[in-house]
Design a protein around this ligand. Structure first.
Ligand code: IPM
Ligand code: MN
Length: 350
């Protein structure tokens, strides 16, 4: 049985996952690793961004770790065969509905943030993003030609009570182990799906989680508050689209998008999907300068949430902290280390 399936993907994906492989070999040599093509490289080789075989292997593994997908060379591919469609199919196929995106500011990186040190020092936010519903998957969706010229494009935002409740439950549970506070972001002032979101979260809170502090916040205000006073947040619960946007903003607080890992979880006992939240970064792909820490920290989350290796996860987290404290910096963090050298720094600290 595969413990960890690596899906390096496109752009900087293979470069950063190569460092995960090195770390895994040093820290947990007994884990059985496997690898499959994914995204654009799979489309080029097999005509689809995610083969049935790769999805079946992912579902049978204990955890899946991907690098990144997409790039300008696939912009012309049919929409259902684009690299990003492969990622959405993987998330849906694995049924990983709860996406945990921790925005954590490592002490030595407080200077690397574009915000003032006092705003981000000690920052520890957990974004819980719904990952298998909403406008990313809603039907109908199409672009049609209009008789008089021009076109009309439709996307559909759709949520059910059950979809909202199961992800809200994850947010409340996590909050209990943290600072006991959940902000639930939506646009209930303009969207019906936002109204239902607020209603379901309120109801679940009253029934089962009244001990947790709950605040509803409009998603636009959440965006402003994230850059104004980010430390007010503990757990931030969002739908799929708002979570995508708000987590990029939160990432920048931590110094770099190259620092943020994520874990996508389904029901207990099913494999988790671990992804650095940065993309394929075509502008620097192939140069060996990408920051591998988001991928390495995604492996840390996999050890903790899927592989039952909390002690090794703690060691790896401490090693990343030590490497940063020792001054290890890739270019995105204002330094000059290559991807491999950052991997070396983490291995040395281990
Ligand atoms: C992310 C990415 C993906 C998303 C893309 C690559 C489909 O931006 O994981 O945040 O929008 O979910
Ligand atoms: Mn994103």
């Amino acid at each position: 049985m595969t413990d960890l399936l690596l899906l390096p993907g496109d752009g900087i994906g293979p470069e950063v996952t190569a460092q995960v492989r090195r770390v895994a070999q040093a820290l947990t040599p007994d884990l059985k690793l496997d690898e499959r093509p994914f995204g654009g490289v799979s489309y080029d080789a097999h005509g689809v961004p995610l083969t049935d075989e790769a999805l079946a292997t992912a579902k049978a593994a204990r955890a899946v770790l991907m690098g990144a997908v997409g790039g300008p060379q696939w912009a012309g591919a049919p929409r259902d065969k684009r690299p990003e469609a492969g990622l959405l199919n993987l998330r849906a196929g694995m049924k990983v509905f709860a996406n945990l995106r921790p925005a954590l500011c490592f002490g030595p990186l407080a200077e690397a943030s574009s915000l003032k040190r006092e705003l981000v020092e000690g920052l520890d936010i957990m974004i819980v993003r719904e990952l298998t519903g909403g406008i990313y998957f809603g039907e109908p969706r199409f672009i049609e030609d209009l008789p008089g010229g021009g076109k009309r494009a439709v996307d559909t935002q759709v949520y059910t009570t059950a979809e909202i409740e199961r992800v809200a439950r994850v947010a409340f549970e996590l909050a209990r182990g943290r600072r006991n506070k959940v902000h639930s972001a939506e646009k209930s002032n303009v969207m019906d799906s936002g109204l239902l979101w607020r209603e379901v979260v309120t109801d679940l809170h009253r029934r089962e989680y009244a001990d947790v502090q709950l605040e509803h916040i409009l998603a636009d205000n959440a965006a402003m508050q994230i850059v104004k006073a980010p430390k007010q947040f503990d757990v931030l619960l969002t739908d799929n689209l708002f979570g995508d946007i708000l987590s990029d903003a939160a990432a920048q607080l931590t110094g770099s998008l190259g620092m943020l890992p994520s874990a996508a979880l389904g029901v207990a006992g099913t494999p988790g999907l671990y992804e650095p939240i940065h993309g394929s970064a075509p502008d620097i792909a192939g140069q060996g300068v990408a920051n591998p820490l988001a991928a390495i920290l995604s492996f840390e989350m996999a050890l903790r949430w899927s592989l039952d290796r909390a002690a090794e996860a703690d060691r790896l987290f401490a090693a990343v902290e030590a490497a940063l404290a020792g001054g290890a910096r890739t270019r995105d963090l204002g330094g000059a280390l290559t991807t491999v050298q950052m991997g070396d720094a983490v291995l040395a600290a281990l």
